[in-house]
Design a protein around this ligand. Structure first.
Ligand SMILES: Cc1ncc(COP(=O)(O)O)c(C=O)c1O
Length: 430
């Protein structure tokens, strides 16, 4: 079929195309596989957005932590609980997980019966604590109050094999997404909780979160020093030092140092607080493991000046893009059709509205795109693997669960890519 002559389409075409692929050896973990985003568009010709999964980027991110972080890296499942993502990370060596709910506990136990699960939500229901301990073999729980510690002790029938981790609140650091406020106790309460946990539990730990998409390694150094002071005041011999998530990714419109710079600062800061030799060091990366693992493909339905009305938004895969005002790297993909010219090489800033009738469904960006972007063009948004697909809703009847796996194209002629000042124009040709 010649893509040039076809009109973009309806959902049944996608279903037919997916069914055809499903019977084919290209099927991968229930997902069709393509050697390039352009090939996925040409084959599926969808009307809804597509989440493109990049297995090699998930692998690369996991190996970076496994090989360079000085301790265990627990994947924060909440950032993307897609079984495809979990499987890729596990196969690359991530076998420890930070779970936030009984739902995540069940999912992980079902997929990886031997994985280490730590229940790191400071406020859990009694039912979730009991089931996690007695049915799913979870031994590690976080707290930030005495009340939560008592709940855990009661619901585990005063178990003798618990690790209780005390979560400390950290002041505002260099994170683009601050997490101060909801969880974490004061330094004074932290020292008291550590002492109490030390008496009540088999093992005791401390944790914090410096905020998501943290931009400066120094924020970890400050937090580690602060936590070190609390440990010293408590006089407790610590078993676990958990410095949380927050590691940043490229592609969201801000400069970030390489993760190895963060690891170097962390290593140096840890030596200063003199933890016991037996103390385990943990991190809980979410975004840094899955963020670059997906690209979102959206279609322009209408243009009004510098505003593009697209087929995904804040109630779909773009909740964080809206809330955090991310400026994702964007690449224009223009289907080759009669009377269509190649896109302009001049980039200008655009804003997006999503498909629902809600004005909140707005992504301010700005997103740099060719000045002549128009209805029918597709836009590939980088860095869409964390928190977006994890929080989609069906508000206003819009929803896309179309996912494909993109593997590197090994053929020389594929794609016909031309770069345009930082973005790329990609003409789809047969
Ligand atoms: C307890 C906890 N750990 C880890 C994470 C992951 O954070 P990030 O995605 O910034 O690495 C979060 C995110 O909210 C969290 O709440």
């Amino acid at each position: 079929m010649d893509y040039n002559e076809t009109v973009p389409i309806a959902a049944q075409n996608v279903t037919a195309a997916l069914n055809a692929l499903a019977s084919d050896a290209q099927q991968h973990m229930g997902m069709p596989r393509f050697a390039g985003i352009d090939k996925a568009l040409k084959s599926l010709r969808p009307s809804q957005s597509i989440l493109c999964m990049h297995p090699e980027k998930l692998h690369e991110a996991a190996r970076l932590f496994v090989e360079n972080f000085p301790g265990h890296s627990l994947y924060a499942v909440k950032s993307n609980p897609d079984p495809y993502v979990l499987r890729k990370l596990y196969e690359a060596g991530i076998t420890h997980f930070d779970v936030a709910s009984l739902g995540e506990v069940k999912l992980l136990r079902d997929m990886f019966p031997r994985a280490h699960l730590a229940f790191m939500n400071p406020i859990k229901s009694r039912e979730a604590i009991r089931a996690a301990y007695f049915q799913y073999d979870v031994r590690d729980f976080v707290i930030d109050t005495f009340e939560e510690m008592h709940k855990i002790l009661e619901e585990t029938d005063n178990a003798k094999d618990l690790l209780i981790v005390v979560r400390i609140a950290m002041p505002k650091g260099s994170a683009a997404c601050q997490l101060t406020g909801k969880f974490g106790c004061t330094p004074e309460a932290g020292a008291e909780l550590l002492k109490a946990a030390d008496k009540a539990a088999h093992r005791v730990g401390i944790s914090f979160h410096v905020g998501s998409q943290t931009l400066e390694p120094q924020s970890y150094a400050d937090a580690i020093a602060r936590a070190g002071e609390i440990i010293r005041k408590s006089g407790v011999k610590l078993d676990v030092f958990d410095l949380g998530g927050g590691f940043p990714i490229q592609g969201l419109g801000m400069e970030v140092p390489p993760l190895t710079d963060f690891f170097d600062v962390i290593r140096e800061s840890l030596t200063k607080i003199k933890l016991p030799k037996s103390c385990e060091v943990w991190s809980e990366p979410g975004r840094a493991l899955c963020g670059n693992g997906s690209t979102l493909l959206v279609r322009v339905e209408l243009r009004k000046g510098d505003v593009l009305y697209i087929n995904d938004g804040s109630y779909g895969n773009m909740f964080e893009v809206c809330a955090m005002k991310w400026q994702n790297s964007a690449v224009l993909m223009r289907p080759a059709r009669k009377n269509r010219k190649p896109a302009s090489k001049t980039l200008t800033p655009f804003r997006f509205y999503g498909p629902t009738c809600d004005s909140v469904d707005y992504m301010q960006g700005p997103f740099q795109l060719p000045e002549d972007v128009c209805e029918g063009d597709w836009i590939a948004l980088a860095g869409m693997g964390a928190y977006g697909s994890a929080s989609t809703s069906k508000f206003n009847g819009f929803y896309s669960d179309l996912q494909v796996e993109i593997v590197p194209d090994t053929t020389a002629t594929a794609g016909r890519k031309r770069h345009v000042r930082g973005a790329a124009y990609l003409k789809l040709v047969e």
